[in-house]
Ligand binder design. Structure first.
Ligand SMILES: [Zn+2]
Length: 188
């Protein structure tokens, strides 16, 4: 299927994010949204405990989240009938699906000008993956698990990987990877 990457901006017009982007522009902040920008917009809409990632993808960015049997793949991003879609493997558990959606959203936010239709099998390793995959993983990690929120939860007593995974509704490898990247644990 031909992929039209020219009209992505149609899907984020008239959405909350536009107002937010304008606010950011006024404050002289760069046009590319960071994970923290997206978190802040979700926080304003009270969608953050744990982050409602489907709401973020669909309502904030105008994407469709489509759950299908994707075989070996966890997910991918593509345009279907002029509509940007995140495809998610419906046979993976909810926690993995949440990370996949955030990862694909990362590709949309960061790499929308490039052709990125390859299917994703998401690993939490740095060495096996290219720069765009690392960027998408980092975007997803920062969006789903903001550092401030992690420190807050740890202070409240959610001080194991498994307790944090429950709080964020994510897999333990995803949490372990984030803690390692933040330097909160020394080994991955
Ligand atoms: Zn990817």
């Amino acid at each position: 299927m031909a992929t039209d990457l020219s009209n992505w901006s149609n899907f984020i017009s008239n959405k909350d994010i536009e107002t937010y982007a304008k606010k950011q522009k006024k404050n002289n902040v760069s046009k590319t949204l960071s994970a923290q920008d997206v978190w802040t917009a979700a926080l304003e809409a009270k969608k953050t405990e744990p982050l409602d990632i489907e709401w973020v993808a669909e309502k904030l960015f105008g994407l469709n989240v489509v759950k299908r049997d994707l075989g070996e793949a966890s997910g991918f991003l593509n345009v279907l009938d002029d509509q940007w879609c995140i495809f998610v493997n419906k046979f993976e558990n909810e926690r993995r699906q949440r990370f996949t959606i955030a990862h694909e959203l990362g590709h949309f936010v960061l790499h929308k000008d490039k052709s990125i239709t390859s299917k994703d099998i998401i690993f939490f390793r740095d060495e096996n993956t290219n720069i765009e995959e690392q960027e998408a993983n980092n975007f997803a990690s920062e969006l789903l698990m903001p550092e401030r929120k992690i420190r807050e939860y740890i202070k409240e007593g959610y001080n194991t990987i498994s307790l944090l995974a429950d709080k964020f509704c994510l897999s333990t490898p995803a949490v372990r990877y984030r803690l390692y990247k933040l330097g909160l644990i020394s080994e991955y």
